[in-house]
Design a protein around this ligand. Structure first.
Ligand code: B4P
Length: 189
């Protein structure tokens, strides 16, 4: 069974590429952003807490995210592989994922990093905001999210490098070109 972490800044194409990988390999997909947005839509207690953080461009606290991730993973059942999209986003989350998978007799197979320059990220997210209806896809919040990414999430690249799992890929160009590079790494791992 493969456990694939797809990593990158907001708007780097994690969700877009995850969908293509699910279609090709039949893997299951955990998008922590989608999980949180569903909770917000259903107006659950978790959703109410998450909304304040997301609308403000901040990360949801690790203690909460780690429990959500474990519950979501355990609900998946048997499968060929899982794509973790948007998790981990901090070093404590990466350590928790490693421990959680070890407890279940498995491990992260590879980390796929999508590298995209900031100006492209901002343009993509402003464009997505025109149709997504997402309260966090506006220029002010996008800039906050990029700062949060640089401060709290980007250091994880080095963490995965030390684990020998990091594969950095150019995240701009056609969707097919990017996807082909991701598939080459997955097929080799
Ligand atoms: P997420 O839902 O994970 O979303 P994202 O990072 O904004 O976007 P993604 O990288 O998936 O981009 P997409 O494919 O859509 O997070 C939202 C929020 O949830 C976070 O800010 C945080 O508050 C919270 N959260 C989530 N996980 C958390 C965690 N683990 N811990 C704490 N908080 C957490 O692509 C973006 C746009 O670019 C799309 O419009 C797409 O069409 C376009 N695009 C994609 N690839 C392209 C390409 N090659 N060329 C041109 N355009 C492209």
């Amino acid at each position: 069974m493969k456990n694939i972490v797809i990593f990158g800044a907001p708007g780097s194409g994690k969700g877009t590429q995850s969908d293509l990988l699910v279609a090709k390999y039949g893997f299951k997909h955990i998008s922590t952003g989608d999980v949180l947005r569903a909770e917000i839509k259903n107006e659950t207690e978790l959703g109410k807490t998450a909304k304040g953080f997301i609308d403000n461009g901040q990360l949801i606290p690790d203690s909460l995210m780690i429990d959500i991730l474990a519950a979501t993973y355990d609900a998946l059942g048997a499968c060929e592989g899982v794509i973790f999209d948007g998790f981990p986003r901090t070093i404590p989350q990466a350590e928790a994922l490693k421990a959680m998978l070890a407890e279940r007799g498995t491990a992260v197979s590879t980390m796929l990093e999508l590298d995209v320059p900031d100006d492209m990220l901002i343009e993509r997210l402003i464009n997505r905001g025109k149709t997504s209806g997402r309260a966090d896809d506006n220029e002010e919040t996008i800039k906050k999210r990029l700062k949060v990414y640089k401060d709290q999430t980007a250091p994880l690249a080095e963490w995965y490098e030390k684990e020998g799992l990091r594969h950095a890929i150019q995240g701009f160009g056609s969707l097919e070109e990017i996807n082909a590079k991701l598939c080459a790494v997955i097929d080799a791992c």
